[in-house]
Structures are given as C-alpha cells and as structure tokens.
Design a protein around this ligand. Structure first.
Ligand code: NAI
Length: 292
C-alpha cells in the first residue's frame, strides 16, 4: 500500500478537528466533513487558534503552520471525500449512526481506501461488516486532544488485513505517535481500564462519599494523575463517557460496568461537560484562573 497522502476526517467535533489538524501539520491534504455547518465553523476557529498557539510557543514553524492551514478543506458534502486514501470517522459514539456512515463511505470512496474509526469502544468487526471491504476497516483511536497526546490505539477487526494494519500504523507513526495494538473487544485497552474508574468516581460522588473537588484532588495527588476523574470526564464529554459505559456493559455482560445513575442524569440534563459549559463543574460560573 503506497503512502497515504490525502486524509478525510468525518465528524468535526473535538476529536475530528484535532485529527484533521494533525494530518495537515504532517503534510497531508486534509478534508474535514461535518453535517452541521456550525461545527465546521467552530472547528476552523479552534484549529486556527491551536496552530497559532503552537507557532507562538515555538513548537511549530510559521511556514509549517501556514502550510497546514492551507492544506485543510471543510465540507458537508460526502462526495468530496471520494479521492481520499484514508477516511477517519470521528462522529457521535453510536453504532447505528456509524454503521450508516460506513455504508455510505464504502459506496463513495475509491476501492483502495482504508476506512478507519476513532471509536472509543464500538466493535470494529461490526462496523466492517457493514461494508464490502472488511479487510480495509480498522480502529484508529486517538487520545484527546489528538495534536498533543502521544498515543494511538490501533484496533484490528476480525478481518482487518496485515496490509491495512501496517499502513495505519505507519500513518500514526508519521503523525509522531506511539502505537499500541488491541484486539476488538469492548472498550479496547485504554477505555476498558479508564472508563470504569471514571464511572466509579461518579458512584463515589453519587453515594456522598466525598465532594467532587475532593475526589479529583484525591486522585490527582494520591495517584499522580494530571487530571481528576470527574474533571477528565468533563473534558472527554459526559455523553461520550456514558456511551462507552453502555458498550462495556452490553459487550462484557458484567453488572460492574453499569453506568452510574448520576452520570445518566447529567447527560439527560444536557450537562455534557466542557463542550457545553457545564458538566460535573460549571465552567460558565468560574473565572478562568480557577477553572479545573
Ligand atoms: P463531538 O460531539 O465533539 O463531535 C461529534 C461530531 O460529529 C459533531 O460535530 C457532529 O455534528 C458530527 N456528526 C454526527 N453525526 C455525523 C454524521 N453522520 N456525519 C458527519 N458528522 C456527524 O464528539 P467527539 O468527542 O469528537 O467524539 C467523536 C468520536 O471520537 C466518538 O466516537 C468518540 O467516542 C471518539 N473519541 C472521543 C474522545 C474524547 O475524549 N471526547 C477520545 C477518543 C475518541
């Protein structure tokens, strides 16, 4: 498989915009597609801001920053992705919605294209089964935020070929990432371990064991984590955390993965975390200096 030069990212939220930025910064032509035009406007703004910050901190040269911004194209038209070498899906964490997209991508992309998913937990084998090219479907799970975090977890579906795996690994390494490989079981490696911890933090809050602040300080100073679990949940998005817990619960069949009722209630209330200005913490009420 030749080097992948044109990358299309579907889903322009916090992950998709970061992945498109990363691809453009590493010399790829990058499309970013979202069905919601306002998401594309937000993505354009946040990518431009992020690149300018990297340049001002000396982590990116002005020339590379300018080149990266010129390599990005924003669209809501799926047909425009037809010539991409790899499509990285980063839409909402719902198996039905992702499957529908994979069926469409399978129809409109060139037959050699790799279809990758940034899913946090959903079965790659089942997404692959919705397409006519299961050998070319793979999980490429970036961490948040993609331009900064060093890891990509690559997930092989039951039929993913060695060629697809090697090309995807080479792409992640070209982006400067360290790769780990996971088999295709619910939550893969990172979220299989991380999400039950976050869910347990919600239970700790729900059952009144401690305040949210003490839970976060406890885990930060007690276990040397850079962020407390509730703070991290707000950063990831409480809707994303809940979706992952549901996948773990259904896929691994153990009641220990049942989502905490408080997490469910926050999502029902639209308290989705930082992206909505309120989650476990209320970011609108806080002066910037004390925001967690
Ligand atoms: P987000 O909610 O910030 O963005 C999702 C975007 O997808 C929205 O802009 C929405 O308009 C768009 N979208 C929804 N359906 C679409 C469709 N059919 N076609 C095109 N665009 C569509 O979500 P986020 O956090 O970026 O997560 C995206 C994916 O990445 C999920 O699968 C999630 O599990 C995964 N992920 C999330 C991480 C996180 O920390 N938030 C970390 C690693 C993976």
């Amino acid at each position: 498989m030749s080097e992948m030069k044109s990358i299309a990212v579907v889903g322009g939220g916090q992950m998709g915009s970061g992945i498109a930025q990363l691809a453009a910064m590493h010399g790829c032509d990058a499309w970013l597609l979202d069905t919601d035009p306002s998401a594309l406007t937000r993505a354009n703004k946040s990518i431009t801001h992020s690149i300018q910050r990297l340049v001002s901190k000396g982590q990116l040269t002005q020339a590379v920053g300018k080149d990266a911004l010129g390599r990005l194209r924003y669209t809501s038209n799926l047909q425009e992705l037809s010539s991409a070498d790899v499509i990285i899906e980063a839409i909402v964490e719902s198996e039905d919605v992702k499957k529908k997209l994979f069926i469409e991508l399978d129809k409109i992309t060139k037959s050699s294209a790799i279809l990758a998913s940034n899913t946090s937990s959903i079965s790659i084998t089942r997404l692959a089964s919705a397409t006519s090219r299961p050998k070319q479907v793979i999980g490429m799970h970036f961490m948040n935020p993609p331009p900064i975090m060093k890891l990509v977890e690559i997930v092989r579906g039951a039929d993913t070929s060695d060629e697809t795996f090697n090309a995807t690994k080479a792409l992640a390494e070209r982006f400067g990432k360290t790769v780990i490989c996971s088999r295709d079981y619910a939550g893969f490696v990172v979220n299989r371990i991380l999400m039950p911890m976050i869910n347990e933090a919600f239970f700790t809050l729900y059952t009144g064991v401690a305040t949210k602040e003490d839970i976060d300080v406890g885990m930060k100073l007690g276990t040397n984590h850079p962020m407390g679990p509730l703070e991290l949940a707000d950063f990831i998005g409480l809707d994303v955390c809940l979706s992952i817990m549901k996948v773990l619960h259904a896929g691994l069949g153990d009641s220990k993965y049942a989502p905490c009722p408080l997490l469910v209630q926050y999502v029902d209330a639209g308290r989705l975390g930082r992206k909505r200005g309120i989650g476990v913490y209320d970011y609108c009420q806080m002066p910037d200096a004390v925001k967690p």
